[in-house]
Design a protein around this ligand. Sequence first.
Ligand code: ADP
Length: 191
Amino acid sequence: MKNLIFIGPPGAGKGTQAERIAERFGIPAISTGAIFRANVKGKTELGRQVEAIMAAGGYVPDELTNALVRDRLAQPDCAVGFLLDGYPRTVGQVHALDTFLAEGERPLETALELIVDEDAMVARLLARAADQGRADDNEETIRERMAIYRAETAPLTAIYAEQGKLRQVDGMGDIDEITERIATALADLAG
Ligand code: ADP
């Protein structure tokens, strides 16, 4: 069973790489950000609750995020494993995830961190803003997301390092090359 999470700052390419690696491993890639965006677009009750928070670059409250992930991990396609992209992002979410996984007797195997240069990420997100028009891709919001990442999410890597689950990969450079680096870093989990 391959139970994985990807950690990295906004713009690090987690989404792209998570899709590619999940496909190779035959497991679902689960992006909390993408699920929230779909709910905003579909004007669901959850979407209404998170829209303003996301547009400002803040984190959705743990209660909402944890409930969403718990439901998603209970879907049958997660029985073979999963790759969570963008969750957990807070210490509270780390503990919630541990609880969900303990319920299913399927511990987390690996937390993969993409190591990137922050200034390059800001530039990349600004470019994406022009390209995709995401509501949270403007300079002020990008800076806010980076600051929250540093304060709330970067510390999670120490937790996973202590558990011996952290693997770090250089996330700068060519997209295909980065995919290969990640695949190499996870090669012992394949099969
Ligand atoms: P990025 O990696 O650029 O921040 P995401 O698509 O992963 O993009 O997330 C977009 C937004 O969705 C976040 O800024 C946040 O508002 C919300 N979000 C996603 N995942 C979480 C989470 N685990 N906890 C709280 N908020 C989240």
